[in-house]
Write a protein that binds this ligand. Structure first.
Ligand SMILES: [Ca+2]
Length: 162
């Protein structure tokens, strides 16, 4: 009897930690980043950077100071982000730079990782892109939060991804 007890008993502290871990799912993202992943093993950590407005280049540099880059907003993540913006009233009148550009080759939009951006629906607004060489950077823009090419010197907020 004594032997069985010693085999199964654990220090009280270990038990308490186990209960806490089961009750609270830890945020896998750094402070200030929101996890948009439905899959706990592969977090998608985004930060809505609303400290100051800046050009795409400015805001990309800011994201990099966080060890991040502008967001690659593919597939369902676009829908999730628009839903998040619509759920936060202070965001709904703002535009946000994302990690797309045709600065290197006019009309050929690429993500910050060098891969091609998908064009047309469901991500781009119906008339976009339409700005030629005056608009080489992509933002989620009001009121629809589809993709828009925006003026190279435009100053808005941004979404960083780590
Ligand atoms: Ca352009």
């Amino acid at each position: 009897m004594k032997f069985l007890f010693r085999k199964t008993a654990r220090p009280l502290g270990t038990v308490a930690v186990g209960i806490d871990a089961a009750a609270v799912t830890p945020n896998p993202c750094p402070d200030g980043f929101v996890n948009f992943s439905m899959d706990a093993s592969t977090p998608v950590c985004l930060k809505f950077a609303m400290y100051g407005k800046g050009t795409w280049e400015n805001q990309r540099a800011f994201c990099k100071t966080l060890g991040a880059d502008l967001v690659i907003l593919e597939g369902n993540l676009h829908d999730q982000v628009v839903e998040y913006i619509n759920d936060h009233e202070y965001m709904t009148d703002e535009g946000f730079w994302i990690g797309g550009s045709d600065a290197a080759q006019e009309g050929h939009f690429v993500w910050v990782d060098g891969t091609d951006m998908p064009m047309g629906t469901p991500h781009w607004y119906i008339t976009q892109p339409n700005g030629g060489t005056a608009q080489n950077y992509v933002g989620l823009y009001t009121p629809d939060f589809y993709f828009h090419d925006l003026n190279n010197d435009k100053k808005i907020y941004s979404i960083c991804q780590i």
